[in-house]
Design a protein. Structure first.
Length: 484
């Protein structure tokens, strides 16, 4: 029984984005798909999940052609997809999100005790038993929400599971749980299609690797036949000599100090100083409080101890900007154009009286698009939803850089971003630091935390558990402080 795509083409508004993709996957196999942002991976996932019909070509399962017009069609054929962008209903509980439409009933009514037991069982079987099924999804971290999304896809026992960047916000034991789940699914005969920019994971998990570039499959290989360097060359069309910039000179004056900051139930007694020209990494496992701390510093939530900005508006006026980890949910308005998304934070400064100065806005936005290399060309008038994940992330960065910040908080800035685009982002962050900005880089990627920063702060259970100079520190030393 083989899932097979033959000569698949896909066009949007007359522009072809997939040019005859042919590949196959077998039951009990992990098929990894890698490629740079904009290569066509997202479009391929949409076709597999029934979100977007192909323009031409065939998709078949064991020789029978599948006519997927909707996600319901894909589900009927045993294909489930966990998309990179989360789709849980925030105000519903984990149980309600997991069992929507499949609640156990008693005397015609939902049997809630049985529903919670079933949800807890599903989470435990997936390896995510630490999640309380009664909690609202909105109260979970992005990483925990990702776990619920994966467990939700397993409710119907799929034959094919498509995972789009499933590990982007996971680290430590949570990442180990995901890998263990994938291996169990493979042993049960499930075909797992694994899409990721984390090449080390791909090489560890995959049985075969398909590389997509510019809408075409340019190579199919195995972990035993290739390495990270070869995959990057295939994806980017060039070798990346260096990923991280050189270290910067010593830091300058303090630009932001947080003293004894706490928020009940999330973190407590956090003190740090950010200095001009310095990039500080903040690492912690899921539940450590790192994202909650950043939101509180920025004024998005209220502190219960210590001092922080009263609101994001006050933070922005003080020269602080923050790129959130959930770019689709809180960083972008997907139905608006690239131009209007970038201009969201500066409408007041580009207004003349009660009216928006469109000429002035276009000039500043165009300069930022060119500065960050946002693609495709002439994208200012496009809906931002049509851009690849990496270019969407650049739009979020551009929006905040237009405010002229002195302090920049970046929460998972390279989540779901290919290596070549990551290098662009690292170099941009380095330029900002050399221009005198202070940067707080929050990441679940240990290699990134150590490679792109000057020093690393480690959070554990809501408190700072250690500080290390990035140069010379090891991943084991950081993890030891995050777990011990």
């Amino acid at each position: 029984m083989t899932l097979r795509l033959r000569d698949v083409h896909k066009s949007y508004a007359g522009v072809e984005v997939l040019h005859g993709v042919t590949l196959h996957g077998e039951p009990g196999e992990v098929l990894a798909i890698v490629g740079a942002n904009g290569a066509g991976k997202s479009t391929l996932i949409k076709i597999l999940s029934g979100v977007a019909p192909m323009s031409s070509g065939t998709l078949s399962w064991d020789g029978d052609e599948l006519g997927l017009r909707t996600p319901h069609d894909a589900h009927a054929h045993g294909i489930r997809t966990v998309h990179q962008e989360l789709s849980l209903v925030p105000e519903l509980s984990v149980t309600e999100n997991l069992l929507m439409g499949n609640f156990p009933r008693r005397l015609g009514l939902i049997d809630w005790p049985a529903a919670h037991r079933r949800a807890a069982q599903l989470l435990h079987e997936a390896g995510f038993g630490m999640i309380d099924p009664r909690v609202k999804a909105a109260r979970l971290s992005v990483a925990r929400q990702q776990m619920v999304e994966i467990a939700k896809a397993l409710v119907s026992e799929p034959r094919v599971l498509v995972l789009d960047e499933p590990s982007a916000v996971l680290a430590g034991a949570d990442l180990d749980a995901l890998f263990a789940l994938i291996r169990r699914l493979r042993s049960r005969g499930v075909l797992v299609v694994y899409v990721s920019h984390r090449l080390a994971e791909v090489l560890e998990l995959a049985d075969r690797i398909a590389v997509i570039k510019d809408g075409r499959v340019v190579a199919t290989t195995t972990p035993g036949e290739t390495g990270e360097g070869a995959l990057i060359r295939l994806m980017a069309g060039r070798a990346l000599d260096r990923i991280y910039p050189d270290r910067r000179p010593g830091p300058g004056e303090p630009l932001l100090r947080v003293d004894g900051l706490g928020r009940t139930g999330e973190f407590d007694g956090v003190t740090l100083t950010l200095r001009a020209g310095e990039i500080v990494g903040l690492f912690g496992l899921v539940g450590s409080g790192r994202t909650e701390f950043a939101a509180c510093v920025f004024g998005a939530t209220r502190a219960t101890t210590g001092t922080a900005f009263r609101s994001p508006r006050h933070a922005i006026r003080a020269g602080v900007a923050m790129v959130t980890e959930d770019r689709a949910g809180s960083g972008l308005v997907l139905g608006m154009t690239v131009r209007d998304n970038i201009g969201l934070t500066t409408w007041r400064s580009t207004a003349r009286g009660p009216f928006l100065d469109r000429t002035r806005q276009r000039a500043s936005v165009s300069a930022m698009i060119e500065r960050l290399g946002i693609r495709p060309d002439h994208c200012a008038g496009m809906p931002v939803a049509h851009l690849s994940g990496g270019n969407q992330q650049k739009v979020v960065l551009a929006k905040w850089l237009l405010t002229g910040p002195r302090v920049l908080i970046l929460d998972e800035p390279t989540r779901g971003v290919d290596m070549a685009t990551r290098v662009d982002i690292y170099r941009m962050i380095d330029r900002l630091a050399r221009d005198g900005l202070a940067v707080l880089l929050i990441s679940s990627d240990l290699t990134e935390v150590l490679g792109a920063t000057d020093r690393v702060l480690v959070m554990r259970q809501g408190r700072l558990a250690g500080e290390l100079p990035s140069a010379g520190a090891t991943e084991e030393q950081v993890l030891e402080r995050a777990i011990a």
